[in-house]
Design a protein around this ligand. Structure first.
Ligand SMILES: Nc1ncnc2c1ncn2[C@@H]1O[C@H](COP(=O)(O)OP(=O)(O)O)[C@@H](O)[C@H]1O
Ligand SMILES: [Mg+2]
Length: 283
């Protein structure tokens, strides 16, 4: 509103953030501009979804449109599992954040073993509702379903972060014996191991779409062709700070550690020619 009504430069601006944490918006936006989004099947009513499931080939990935750290992403192995999550999404109850009712959910065993449901019930009974109360989930998802082609055999995904004319890139290995990388914490900073094609694509999208700051998650198909599963203007700062350097938009490499906050200010006010404070100041 500040940006539109008062014409004051903002970060993030609307172009950069209106699709934040919504993989359906991201999919349609980037695909309509011709960029390689991971093939997805999105339905807004039960009948269409069940029709598609009837002839679908499994496994497929099922996700909520929001989430981070892979907590809302599961692998659906067969038709029955697909029907189960779909019926839940089109039920009154829907599916809460981090609570996909499927044994491939990363939290499934933890929630079960730690008796989360019972503990929340007791907390509510004792009047201790707080963030750990019985219904701590502020987002319930329902009335849509999002399936995605499963890119098997990925040992890592590639996260490219574009801020203005800088590209930071690293790989994230999947959890052991799992297909999910996001949130694993297993980051590979060796720039030689990164795919330049992803960096090019990310630069191209940010330029064409006028994104101020954008992190792109790439997975790879059987021909090592990259496909985007998520874009996000915000991210964990130290993961980018730990990169050994960045590529500029002509793909020249610049050695050094840069805080993304510095790159954001530098991108917003290029004429100021600001310098990043030394590590002793940044703490
Ligand atoms: N369609 C897919 N095929 C294979 N792996 C995927 C697919 N989608 C996501 N992943 C893996 O799961 C992780 C989490 O997916 P993502 O959609 O980025 O959700 P989050 O918002 O939790 O990061 C990714 O880092 C990637 O390793
Ligand atoms: Mg991700």
């Amino acid at each position: 509103m500040i940006q539109n009504e008062f014409g004051i430069k903002c970060f993030p601006d609307t172009t950069t953030c209106w699709h934040y944490d919504d993989k359906i918006r991201q999919y349609y936006l980037a695909r309509s501009a011709g960029f390689p989004m991971a093939k997805s099947w999105i339905f807004w009513n039960l009948e269409d979804a069940l029709d598609w499931i009837e002839d679908a080939t499994f496994p497929v990935v099922f996700k909520l449109k929001g989430g981070a750290g892979s907590t809302n992403v599961v692998l659906i192995k067969n038709k029955q599992e697909a029907i189960n999550v779909t019926r839940r999404m089109f039920s009154i109850k829907g599916i809460s954040f981090g609570k996909i009712p499927h044994n491939n959910n990363l939290n499934y065993l933890r929630d079960f073993l730690k008796l989360y449901a019972l503990r929340r019930f007791i907390a509510e009974y004792r009047g201790r509702l707080g963030p750990k109360g019985r219904l701590p989930y502020w987002q319930t998802h329902r009335d849509y379903v999002l399936f995605q082609k499963f890119f098997c055999d990925n040992q890592y995904d590639q996260r490219v972060t574009i801020i203005g004319k800088r590209a930071f890139s690293f790989l994230r290995y999947t959890r052991p014996n799992d297909f999910r990388a996001s949130g694993s914490g297993l980051i590979e900073y060796d720039i030689e191991k990164n795919h330049t094609s992803c960096i090019n694509i990310a630069f191209e999208i940010s330029k064409k779409m006028n994104f101020q700051s954008m992190a792109y998650d790439f997975v790879f198909d059987e021909n090592t062709k990259p496909h985007i599963v998520e874009i996000s203007y915000t991210f964990i700062d130290y993961a980018v700070r730990n990169c050994p350097g960045y590529f500029d938009d002509t793909l020249n490499w610049h050695e050094g550690h840069y805080w993304p906050q510095f790159s954001v200010i530098d991108m917003l006010f290029p004429d100021l020619d600001i310098k990043q404070p030394p590590d002793s100041v940044m703490g």
